[in-house]
Write a protein that binds this ligand. Structure first.
Ligand code: PLP
Length: 390
């Protein structure tokens, strides 16, 4: 697989060598349950404490505000259901946006359909950014929870979380932020930004899959999703995934250290890719904002070509990409995010997401552009489908 070019880092990232090395002792040598009393267990407990200190420091939080979870999906569900139920006597109106991940949209749907909450799903602008005035207009005296993602997983757009947090704080509304795509790429300082609940997931920043964290600001009304043992100070029951949590903290610490230099390198590669695509291929549109987007994200529509055909064609030549969010690929439904920013359904089906990572090189970018150029020409020549109209 030496010629493989992996351009799907929004779906997941490979574990870094340093992270794997940090995790290994907790898989083999010390496998103790961190809740037991003997020395081996105390050492696992200390590893958890160190990991919690480090995760908190990277977010501008205190260690007691960090709850380890099984990943982004659990953190989002726990935050949304936990806050909505804990504040149900204050009000039953909840607010989110049209471009959230399904790990956010589905809990809101469930709260509406099964538990009688009212949910307003706020639209975003055509560049994929939430308009704070629109969000403000959606708020009511009985609104208790707002959930807005920091960065989008499909089109990479970065939301004005500082402004949104100031607004929700002023109104006494709990704010949850899904930072699963942002963590590692965007500077998050919760000491200065009054977010109440925030989700992260290790596998998006070169850590292991199946482990994440939920930040719960001190004093936030919130109920735990999982009950059972008293782990995580009774906020998330279940034997702690010591190796995973150590891996999460190690990956996050490196990502924070390398953020500025890594972002500059990724943005340069991303721009090289975009400019070459725009120069060489006709009928291409960029989805999402040109500037306010993650440095590694490109999402483009190729008129008259199915995104799935491009994905398969690229894969046959060793390039891994995505024609939408990984969690919905396999379904031929157009992406809800692209529809939400006003891309017509037919054009939305011609989208391709390319997300770069730390191992990608200029050579990878040039080879991908070359392949895309040939693929798009061939597919357009073959395709009986009428060209999409904007
Ligand atoms: N939120 C966002 C924005 C995501 O991109 C993802 C995963 O793609 C999730 C939540 C779910 O995270 P996990 O895969 O850790 O469950």
């Amino acid at each position: 697989m030496t010629d493989q070019i992996y351009l799907d880092h929004a779906a997941t990232t490979p574990i870094r060598a340093e992270v794997r090395a940090a995790m290994e002792p907790w898989l083999w040598e010390n496998y103790a349950n961190a809740s037991s009393v003997y020395r081996m267990a105390q050492s696992a407990r200390s590893a958890l404490d160190r990991a919690r200190d480090s995760v908190a420091a990277c977010l501008g939080a205190t260690p007691a505000e960090i709850v380890f979870t099984s990943g982004g999906t659990e953190s989002d569900n726990a935050a949304i259901k936990g806050a909505a139920f804990a504040r149900r006597d204050d009000g039953r109106h909840l607010v989110t946006t049209t471009i959230e991940h399904h790990a956010v949209l589905h809990p809101f749907e469930e709260l509406r359909e099964r538990f009688g909450f009212e949910v307003t799903v706020v639209p975003v602008e055509s560049n994929g950014i939430v308009n704070v005035d629109t969000l403000t207009a959606s708020l009511r005296p009985d609104s208790t929870l707002v959930s807005v993602m920091w960065a989008n997983n499909e089109i990479g757009t970065i939301q004005p979380i500082e402004q949104i947090a100031a607004l929700t704080r002023e109104r006494g509304i709990t704010l949850h932020v899904d930072a699963v795509q942002a963590a590692g790429a965007v500077s998050i300082d919760l000491q200065n930004v009054p977010v109440d609940l925030l989700s992260i997931s290790a596998h998006k920043f070169y850590g292991p899959k199946g482990v994440g964290a939920l930040y719960v600001r001190r004093g936030t009304p919130w109920w735990p999703l999982l009950t059972g043992g008293g782990q995580e100070r009774n906020r998330r029951a279940g034997t702690e995934n010591v190796a995973g949590i150590v891996g999460l903290s190690c990956a996050q610490a490196i990502a924070c250290q390398e953020r500025d230099s890594g972002n500059a390198r990724l943005a340069a590669l991303r721009d090289r890719l975009l400019h070459a695509i725009e120069r060489g291929i006709s009928g291409v549109t960029l989805n999402g904002d040109r500037v306010k987007r993650l440095p590694n994200n490109l999402n483009v529509c190729f008129e008259g070509v199915h995104g799935e055909s491009l994905l398969v064609g690229l894969d046959l030549d060793g390039v891994s990409s995505s024609s939408g969010s990984a969690c919905t690929s396999g379904s031929l439904e157009p992406s809800h995010v692209l529809l939400a920013i006003g891309v017509p359904a037919r054009l939305a089906q011609s989208s391709l997401r390319l997300t770069l990572g730390r191992d990608n090189t200029e050579r990878d970018v040039d080879r991908t552009v070359d392949l895309l150029h040939r693929l798009v020409s061939r597919l357009r020549a073959q395709s009986p489908a009428p060209k999409a109209v904007r």
